[in-house]
Write a protein that binds this ligand. Structure first.
Ligand SMILES: Cc1cc2nc3c(=O)[nH]c(=O)nc-3n(C[C@H](O)[C@H](O)[C@H](O)COP(=O)(O)O)c2cc1C
Length: 328
């Protein structure tokens, strides 16, 4: 009998497959289905910092009372935020009542400012952990590397002051010195890093001169990016790693575990194939472990990380060379 259990950010998981934050994790009905199909944990759809702040400001402008009675400002701000958040807190509470797998809340944030107090409510609602989905597109030529990267450290510092549940950070690969930043982030007290988030990509409609989004869902070939960085970072970081982007099969999950991930997060494959794919991926992992005589996941986690692999240069090579590609 193989034991698929693993530990990710201090949470005991029955297997390494987590359903990642997306529209799929935004309802209790789906979360129940996700558990039924065998996933080990679920990350809820992100609560967006901007939405909350926008809603607070909109209400203030619409309400004349806010102008007449300055002290009402705070009340309205508080009320609106509470109202927005209350839906999210209800989702957490209902999910916790309905399933036994860990429920990880998620906040999409771009600053360590007024939204931070929400984190405490999320903990009180019963979330087992909190994933911070932080993304700063370093597109402002006036901003230095330090200014762009400070945001991540500020957010983590402020959130860790208010919650006791484990906190993970989900990031992109847009960093000037990715390896160093990932390593330093892992020292901040977070329990997990999710490598990497994937974003809607811009495209141009050449008939209508409009900007549109393309490739909302990943494909299996998108796996390589997270695979490379999980393999390169897994022995350097002081927290757990979860792989995200391009995990579409049991094989892809096995590769990420071999590279050193404690868990994988999946989204696109479930949009494309449905929740039943969770069971197929877990079956594939089980079958492979039996064939390879592994009885537990930790026997092979990190076996192909850059420190352990027989050909570590393959993870670092970025230029095409015949030796690595086999193509002239
Ligand atoms: C429709 C959709 C909505 C998503 N919403 C969120 C979100 O709210 N918060 C978040 O952190 N990631 C979100 N993601 C990103 C996924 O969690 C995941 O990181 C990304 O899609 C890469 O994984 P995949 O290749 O398995 O899809 C979303 C992805 C999709 C496709």
């Amino acid at each position: 009998m193989v034991n698929l259990g693993t530990t990710y950010m201090g949470l005991k998981l029955k297997n390494p497959l987590i359903v990642g934050s997306s529209g799929l994790t935004n309802s209790v009905e789906n979360i129940i289905e996700i558990e039924k199909n065998g996933a080990a944990a679920v990350v809820l759809k992100s609560l967006f910092e901007e939405q909350i702040i926008y809603a607070a400001h909109k209400t203030m402008m619409q309400d004349e009372v806010a102008n007449a009675y300055p002290e009402a400002d705070d009340y309205i701000r508080h009320y609106t935020r509470e109202n927005d958040v209350s839906k999210y807190l209800t989702l957490i509470k209902q999910a916790k009542e309905s399933v036994n797998i860990p429920v990880i809340a998620s906040i999409n944030c771009i600053s360590g400012t007024e939204w931070i107090s929400f984190a405490k409510y999320i903990e009180e609602a019963g979330a087992d952990a909190l994933e911070l989905n932080v993304f700063v597109l370093p597109s402002d030529p006036e901003k230095s590397i330090e200014q762009n990267e400070a945001v991540y450290f500020d957010v983590v510092k402020e959130v860790l002051k208010v919650v006791n549940i484990p906190v993970a950070l989900k990031i992109s690969y847009y960093f000037s010195s990715l390896a160093q930043t990932v390593t330093k982030l892992s020292w901040t007290g977070i329990k997990g890093l999710v490598l990497f988030n994937r974003f809607f990509s811009p495209d141009i409609d050449i008939e209508n001169f409009e900007i549109k989004t393309s490739n909302v869902f990943s494909t299996p070939s998108d796996l390589a990016l997270s695979l490379r960085w999980i393999a390169m970072m897994s022995t350097h970081v002081k927290c757990d790693l979860a792989a995200s982007t391009g995990v579409h099969s049991g094989k892809a999950m096995i590769k990420e575990l071999l590279a050193g991930a404690q868990a994988v997060q999946v989204a696109s494959v479930l949009y494309k194939k449905g929740f039943r794919e969770i069971g197929s991926m877990i079956e594939e992992l089980t079958g492979w472990m039996e064939r390879k005589n592994f009885t537990s996941v930790d026997q092979f986690t990190g076996k192909m990380s850059i420190e352990e692999a027989k050909n570590p240069a393959a993870f670092e090579r970025v230029q095409f060379m015949k030796h690595f590609s086999g193509i002239e």
